[in-house]
Ligand binder design. Sequence first.
Ligand code: ADP
Length: 397
Amino acid sequence: MSILVLNCGSSSVKFALLDLKAGTTHLSGLAERLGAAEASVTLRAAGQTSVQPISGGSYADAFAAIAAALDKQGLRGGVRAVGHRVVHGGERFHAPAFINGEVLAAIRACVPLAPLHNPANLAGIEAAQAAFPEAAHVAVFDTAFHQTMPEVAYRYAVPETWYRQHGVRRYGFHGTSHAYVAAEAAQLLGRPLSGLNLVTAHLGNGASIAAVQGGRSIDTSMGLTPLEGLIMGTRSGDVDPGLHEFMARQAGLSLTQVTAALNQDSGLKGLSGGLGSDMRELEAAAAEGHPGARLAVAAFVYRLAKQMAGMAVALGRVDALVFTGGIGENSAAVRAAALERLGVLGTRLDPQANEQAVRGQGGLISAPGSVPALVVNTNEELAIARTAAQVLNGEEA
Ligand code: ADP
């Protein structure tokens, strides 16, 4: 049985067709610049990559190209389920869901919480239902894993009516990744997930951490939107909420302009003086002495370590620290600097193991006898495919 995994953005679709039994990916790729004349789809199958233009450039055109590629390989009939990544499930979704009219309406009701992402997810679902009518369609939510947070962790200290009437609370994101790497870490440690207290750090262009107790999220760094918490590529993470009015008064910026700056021109990019948001490039510039790059990397690490240590309060006891995402999987320097600050949790770096842990090769990076720190390669596509298969089989995901 194969599962098609779709991640529909406003102008792109990432996709993969996975065979869970065989543990293989038959086909994967990316449709991009949807809506524009130069829309194209990149397909990878059997070690070959091809790029083709897609006339029209809609989701439907992209799925037609994917379906044609599946037909060519005789794979289309085997697609039992389509797993859709959906960004915001609000308080309604604690688990993945079979997509029916009621579920679609509930995803639509969450649009105000994710005005850029949920409409794209919805449009993608509707086009995919038309393109793959035989398959079961399952929604897997970024927020669902964090619905187990206790109220002390998810409520903001704001007027209660904001919460009751408008859903103003912390939701958290990257749930699929946090859940996946927590389970993988338990396997690597050879201990049952049910007895483990983990701090997981998903560090990509977006970044968040989670406190995972017995496989359940009890706190996370992102909030109402994916802007809260850590310093990210272009996102500020935590700032004083008074900043908006201050910048409106001082610089004459509108609310929309302040929000755009906090999302697109802040984080590593802002701290480095506009040099860039890419950690690899900033590390190289910092090594050559660029002061902005040095500050950006150091502040990223400081905020990360401080918030990871804060998760010890949520957990009471920390059994292991887990690093994932492009930065977590590849930047030995960021991990080393973070762990140096995290001695307070009882962990100590094994420098050689840390240098050896690069993409595709995770594992333990802490010294024997100290609280374990691990690198785990995340695989959101596999996690979504497994979840969709569990829903299909009627199991608790
Ligand atoms: P996304 O969140 O968009 O999925 P990724 O998880 O791929 O992104 O993470 C992208 C980040 O990972 C970028 O900041 C990139 O520079 C960083 N990264 C990738 N490889 C390395 C590396 N070898 N050293 C340092 N940073 C790296």
